[in-house]
Design a protein around this ligand. Structure first.
Ligand code: NI
Length: 174
């Protein structure tokens, strides 16, 4: 079922989400199904449970030639329960992000370039991946939602934050 996505300003987006106690579970499966329906309906690259008003540590992401991100490598569909991120090295890279909870806007956000992330798949099997670049960025963005952090709070230079058409012109400028 497609759910309504909360927008920035809703206090539920600022809470720290709780770990999922039972994996696997029917409630978890229903939540994941709604998250995937909602993410795909809005053509998003990812979604975290708090964005549909559920304060649990579950994220989904998938990048498959997404028109919102035409230049980035695909990221396989991943459903991650109780995730943990460990940065590898000190490399920080900046790139543009958007968020379904911050519609119409884009911002330049610094993130770790190289991370390991772990967690559980909905069937309870472990997930353990080491990734770089846009894949690492998506994971960090989605997991931030579980700690009540929206990407505008990570922007260092607020001149690199704005509405999509204006930002597209900014990026096209020499
Ligand atoms: Ni987001």
């Amino acid at each position: 079922m497609i759910r309504q996505v909360l927008r920035m300003g809703d206090p539920r987006l600022l809470r720290v989400a709780e770990p999922v106690a039972r994996v696997p579970g029917a409630e978890l499966d229903a939540l994941v199904a709604d998250m995937l329906d909602t993410m795909r309906d809005l053509d998003g690259a990812g979604l975290a449970a708090p964005q549909i008003g559920v304060g649990l540590r579950v994220v989904v992401f998938e990048v498959d030639r997404n028109p919102r991100y035409p230049l980035v490598e695909p990221v396989p569909l991943t459903i991650l329960v109780n995730p943990q991120i460990t940065p590898i090295g000190d490399d920080i890279v900046e790139d543009w992000e958007g968020c379904l909870s911050v519609p119409g806007l884009r911002g330049l956000v610094p993130r770790h370039d190289h991370i390991r992330y772990t967690g559980l798949a909905p069937d309870g099997s472990p997930v353990d991946r080491t990734v770089r670049g846009f894949h690492a960025r998506v994971v960090q963005h989605e997991c931030d939602h579980l700690d009540g952090i929206l990407y505008p709070a990570r922007i260092v230079d607020m001149s690199s934050f704005g509405f999509e058409p204006e930002i597209a012109r900014l990026r096209a400028a020499p």
